[in-house]
Design a protein around this ligand. Sequence first.
Ligand SMILES: [Zn+2]
Length: 348
Amino acid sequence: MALRIRGIALPGREEVVLQIEGDRLRTAAGDDGEHVIDGGWLVPGLVDVHSHPGTDKPGDEFDLALFREHMLQHRAAGVLAVRSPGSADPLSHRRHDEPDLPRLVTGGRWLATPGRFFEGFGRDVEEDDLAAAAVEEARASSGWCKIIGDWLPGTPPVPLDALTAAVRAVHAIGGRVAVHCQTAEGAEHAVLSGADSLEHGMHLDHALLPLMAERGTALVPTFTTFAKTVEQLGRGEPEHIRDWLRSGWDGMAATALAAHEAGVTVLAGTDSKPCGDIVGEVEWLIRAGLPPEVALGAASWTARSWLGLPGLTDGGWADVVAYDEDPTVRPAVLHSPSRIVLRGRVVL
Ligand SMILES: [Zn+2]
């Protein structure tokens, strides 16, 4: 007997009846079938667009068992697709697309030029070799690469010409570029280079937001990880680093809101362990002033369309999370999904 799903589908809010065929959804015809979801609100599988499953802390080697554990933590929160912008996996880990685990969009290894990033954790490249390496990582992954665009204050960011050359080279093969930036100058270079996403974007000059909106450059503020970092400040870091982190954190909510208001796509990424805290990130976005519907979209339908993943449509993936109440009206319900279907199988 065919399995069916019935409910009010977000973001369109139309009542839908869908049938599960393998790992796909089909518009249901007739009355036959067992309802695995019968009523409530349906959200296309949540997405964490910034997570690094497979390592617990910088410097660790990639661990496949830990990767699975992290992906199951995501799944328990309703995250059914994860973008990994930078990984310690020395090989493309598209092979980790396993039946029980959320879908994975990989960005290859972190590309780190001298003096930027945790020593030896990413793929170390000279600035002159950045474009070629970026193309290699994008080809070996799901079409993304991740460039560490800057590091600490006082260290110059990747020069604009080197970053722009890398972005152009990756775009030329149909790939996309995520840039880590957390200094004002690094964020400026990321925007001017034409990168596809700013990861963190701390200290981003708001004057750059219209250009981001025009070019379709997304902002992934990763509140979850910075909230933890700021909580632990005062434990021995140099004062100028502490001041820089605190002022960056203090501006983050205003930046996310200004970005949204300027028409920039703001997306939900946690960049944090344990995995599975996407609802916390949605709550940070709401606290920053984004409308709940936009904040939830940042972790679901908006993120999915930005990544080229289907929503709740005929022929789309059977990756669905159901809630008993409308999560845009009562976001707290996001903590307790009533049903999770991944690849056509009920996992909660
Ligand atoms: Zn990260």
